[in-house]
Design a protein around this ligand. Sequence first.
Ligand code: MN
Length: 201
Amino acid sequence: MYGVEPLKYDVNALEPYIDGRTIDIHYNKHYLNYLKKLNALLKEENYDFRYSLEELVNHIDIFNLKNRDDILYNLGGVLNHGLYFDNMSPKASRSPVGKLKQAIDNQYGSFETFKQKFIEKANKLAGSGYTFLVIDKQKLKIINFPNQDTPYEYGMIPIMTIDLWEHSYYLKYQNNRALYIDNFFNIVDFDTISRNYEKNI
Ligand code: MN
């Protein structure tokens, strides 16, 4: 079985920007459900867990055709939520450090410009999905994907994400998704994101 990525802070720790009830339901119900469903499908396939979650994205063809879509969908749900919960923290650098700082300055001019572009992109997503910062052919890219699509399907490595499904914010923000997106930058964990970059560049 693939294991759960532990939540590294208390459910209330991101208040006032994300309320404890939202994190509790999102992590304990939504995220864990993706993991449960994925493990159940893999059990049905007698899968031997030879790949990491990230590698498995590009080996879906080892499974029976009838299960492939479900496996990929739930695998995306596990990977995307794992990154999302891990790239927030009550206490962390709120701007990039080290090599990621250099890369963002080189590519976007400044962190402020990058942040503006990320927020613009997130506000453009229609329906359910995520905005990601990915590494694509050694370059950074801000990109939206719908539903539980994962950048790994397209050869990109996600290092930062915001979940834009309504369950991420609706209890507190209702229709004000733009404010949830702005506030994400008050709880974003750039120590972790910068490490994700250095591990994969
Ligand atoms: Mn979610």
